[in-house]
Design a protein around this ligand. Structure first.
Ligand code: HEC
Ligand code: HEC
Length: 293
């Protein structure tokens, strides 16, 4: 059975790929009233962070705060477009504090709180001023994702995806797997994960190949166990663990340097290649994948 409201994960990618400095509505810049509001002047996160935040929002927040962020009556979720907590939030700190006050408290990894708050900011950046007409839809909602053309989707798949995937191999049966939930199907391929359950636990990169380069040039290669601002732990090829303390004394980026291979890199780039104003590429590919039973 289809869920009643299917919001595309990638609605607004057209806008996401737009210049990163948010702009206000017409007339809002250059000393206009709206020009000083943080939602129109703040620097937005990169498109892939916002896209990730959107998926998280749909997954974990929309039930109570509505897909268009304007809140729900039945679940008592307040309107997040006009909430002080989201308007004054800088990098997820106020949104995170609000989440902790939910009953029961909601806890997300910091990177996810950041992504959700950046998504909310990105919607706020597009909304009109106080006087904007009721019913205005700043997220450009679409409630169904199965609106593409599967035949076109097949051609696009061959062109864009077949170098890494095959519908008779690794993606066999993908449509059947998500027969009940096309939104999840779209999320799975757009972000290259079908395991569900949210993004980037523990940074999401644990287990990935990583290289640590010390200040003197010595390199260590292994699999990432943990990485935060102050500590990096790798499992080296011989199975031993090695940890590195990171310092910022002479280097704002941190020493030692660490590079982690992100398996989703290809998909993040792909999002930008696929981008078109109406998300037609995305809908077509999802429609095609839905036929792979
Ligand atoms: C089960 C319903 C529910 C879910 C799911 C939920 N919220 Fe809420 N949220 C509420 C309710 C009810 C309030 C207001 C009362 C309170 O603070 O507990 C609220 C308050 C907030 C506030 C403070 C708004 C204000 O003006 O005070 C923010 C910010 C917020 N939620 C963000 C989120 C985000 C982001 C998510 C998803 C990660 C989320 N919420 C998920 C129900 C929910
Ligand atoms: C350059 C290689 C590359 C291209 C091109 C590519 N992908 Fe992927 N894809 C990957 C990798 C690598 C993963 C695994 C990502 C991970 O582990 O998080 C993945 C994961 C996926 C998954 C999840 C599979 C699973 O079993 O979890 C789907 C679905 C998917 N890709 C669909 C697509 C579609 C559709 C396209 C074209 C529009 C595409 N990919 C293009 C490399 C690619």
């Amino acid at each position: 059975m289809r869920k009643r409201y299917l919001l595309t994960v990638a609605v607004g990618l057209g806008a996401l790929a737009a210049p990163m400095v948010a702009q206000g509505p017409p007339g809002g810049r250059g000393g206009g009233r709206a020009g000083g509001f943080p939602q129109y002047t703040r620097q937005l996160a990169p498109p892939d962070v916002i896209a990730k935040g959107k998926t998280l929002y749909d997954d974990k927040c929309s039930e109570c705060h509505a897909v268009d962020l304007r809140g729900t009556l039945d679940k008592h979720g307040p309107n997040l477009l006009r909430s002080t907590e989201t308007l004054s939030d800088k990098q997820g700190e106020l949104v995170g504090a609000s989440l902790a006050k939910h009953t029961p408290p909601l806890t997300l990894p910091q990177a996810e709180t950041f992504a959700v708050s950046e998504y909310i900011h990105s919607v706020q950046a597009k909304m009109g001023g106080q006087g904007s007409p009721p019913g205005r839809n700043p997220v450009g909602l679409s409630y169904d994702v199965l609106i593409g053309n599967a035949t076109d989707g097949a051609a696009k798949f061959t062109k864009l995806c077949s170098s890494c995937h095959s519908v008779t191999g690794d993606l066999k049966g993908i449509g059947a797997k998500y027969a009940d939930d096309p939104k999840a199907l779209q999320g799975a391929w757009v972000f290259g994960r079908t395991s569900g359950g949210g993004f980037g636990r523990g940074g999401g990169l644990a287990g990935q190949p990583a290289t640590v380069t010390l200040a003197n040039g010595t390199k260590f290669e292994g699999k990432l166990v943990r990485k935060d601002d102050f500590l990096i732990i790798l499992t080296l090829a011989d199975g031993t663990r090695k940890s590195f303390t990171r310092t910022y004394t002479n280097d704002p980026i941190g020493t030692p340097k660490v590079e982690v291979k992100d398996p989703q890199e290809a998909h993040k780039k792909m999002l930008l290649v696929l981008d078109d104003p109406k998300n037609q590429n995305m809908y077509d590919i999802t429609a095609y994948l839905a036929t792979i039973k």
